[in-house]
Ligand binder design. Structure first.
Ligand SMILES: Nc1nc2c(ncn2[C@@H]2O[C@H](COP(=O)(O)OP(=O)(O)OP(=O)(O)O)[C@@H](O)[C@H]2O)c(=O)[nH]1
Ligand SMILES: [Mg+2]
Length: 413
């Protein structure tokens, strides 16, 4: 951990009279004085014992402060597969505890918003080609332009971007597709939020709301960390990238973890991993994943996530961490179930209603505990990460458990 040490002051520069005898100067008690012959300026490095003592005590104080801060700081890791909702929870903490986002961030969110819309329309265009049989000739080219990829948007200006987006949403085949297949499994999860708001989102001077920002999809490629005050403590919340390629970085954050918030997308039961993910070789870091986990990874997102959950539970580095399972995207899960029955994707499911389906998913994860771990408590919540009130409530409940566990560990009851 880096220690912030105040930079010692520059040694004072003094001017001496050129006529002074060199030996007179060198004898000057504890001050070492260098004479620069060609100038009248002499640089003096004072190796004052008092100064050394002051610096040393300042370092001690800094270390002491950090120690005290570490005792009150609680490290929480957000783990889980890609697209589960980890960064959305981090954003919620910024809204709830850190005054939200600054002007620069808001500006970049606007750009991401348009990019997200293009990503949604790319998937809509593919869906149209797969499902709509009678696309009018005049619309075919426009669909093809979006379905083949969206790299062509690089270099076009903002006005053109808006024009393309508004033009696309007016196509008859697009409108019928959205009406008939609002939950098409390859559509990004934020499609149902953004599509109905599209004209407003693209209008001049539109300022994204907190909710718009919470629905943005910006995959995490590095690590986000925030520190905020919570219940007389400082929470250090760390959010990592969930795609397979980024999981090998997780281990760097496993030291001293008080709790893992493992986030799962309940809506992922009918989704397969991204193409880009599928092409990557499974990450088989032996320190994170026990040797027996070296087996082909599943393509279904829910199965991948459950396997990952089991791997994390078995990680020796997280053996003392509290585990809290956030079964997230409950809103999308309820919407999807009637259209895509869970039993079609998970053979073992025989239930008949939403509650049974949710409980089944919870058990599906909890049974990943190994036999040695059977007494280890795992707390779970059904969550909707885009709902600020819901996150505030479950995060508080989760933290109460973690903080209590921490107090018990340190002997304070
Ligand atoms: N409707 C709905 N959307 C959600 C919910 N949670 C997250 N999302 C959306 O799901 C998408 C992915 O969320 P992220 O928070 O970026 O997911 P992540 O786990 O950080 O993903 P990686 O960074 O790739 O690991 C975003 O568009 C979010 O707005 C939820 O509970 N309900
Ligand atoms: Mg993320």
């Amino acid at each position: 951990m880096g220690v912030a040490i105040a930079k010692p002051r520059e040694p004072p520069t003094i001017h001496v009279n050129n006529n002074l005898d060199k030996n007179e100067l060198s004898g000057a008690s504890s001050n070492a004085i260098q004479i620069v012959p060609s100038t009248t300026k002499v640089s003096v490095a004072i190796r004052d014992l008092r100064m050394q003592v002051a610096i040393s005590s300042r370092i001690d104080q800094t270390l002491q402060n950090e120690k005290i801060e570490d005792l009150t700081r609680v490290k929480i890791l957000l783990l889980g597969g890609a697209d589960a909702g980890k960064s959305t929870i981090l954003k919620q903490m910024r809204i709830l505890h850190m005054n939200g986002f600054d002007a620069d961030e808001m500006h970049s969110f606007q750009k991401y918003l348009r990019y997200n819309l293009f990503q949604i329309f790319h998937e809509v265009a593919i869906g149209v080609e797969e499902c709509v049989t009678d696309i009018a000739n005049i619309e075919k080219n426009k669909i093809y332009r979006f379905s083949e990829g969206i790299s062509w948007i690089i270099g076009i200006d903002e006005e053109q971007e808006i024009e393309f987006l508004l033009d696309f949403i007016k196509l008859d085949c697009v409108r019928s597709f959205i009406e008939l297949y609002p939950n098409y499994s390859t559509l990004p999860d934020n499609a149902s939020y953004y599509i109905p708001k599209l004209p407003a989102l693209l209008s001049a001077n539109y300022k994204p709301t907190a909710e718009d920002i919470l629905h943005l999809r910006i995959p995490t490629t590095s690590v986000n960390e925030i520190n905020f005050a919570f219940s007389n403590r400082t929470i250090r919340l760390i959010d990592v990238g969930g795609q397979r390629t980024y999981r090998k970085k997780w281990i760097h954050y496993f030291d001293g973890v008080a709790a893992v918030l493992f986030v799962v997308s309940m809506a992922a039961y009918d989704q397969s991993l991204d193409e880009v993910d599928k092409m990557l070789k499974p990450v088989l870091h032996k320190d994170i994943f026990p040797v027996e986990a070296v087996k082909p990874k599943p393509d279904n997102r829910l199965r991948d996530s459950a396997q990952l959950f089991g791997d994390m539970l078995r990680s020796k580095y997280l053996a003392t961490a509290a585990f809290i399972l956030f079964l997230n995207k409950k809103d999308l899960f309820w919407k999807k179930l009637p259209i895509h029955p869970l039993g079609k994707y998970v053979n073992a499911y025989k239930g008949t209603n939403n509650d049974e389906a949710a409980e089944f998913l919870k058990e599906y994860f909890l049974k990943r505990k190994s036999k040695n771990d059977k007494d280890r408590p795992i707390y779970s919540h059904f969550t909707c990460a885009t709902d600020t009130e819901n996150v505030e409530f479950v995060f508080k409940a989760a933290c109460e458990i973690v903080l209590q566990k921490n107090l018990n560990k340190s002997g304070i009851q």
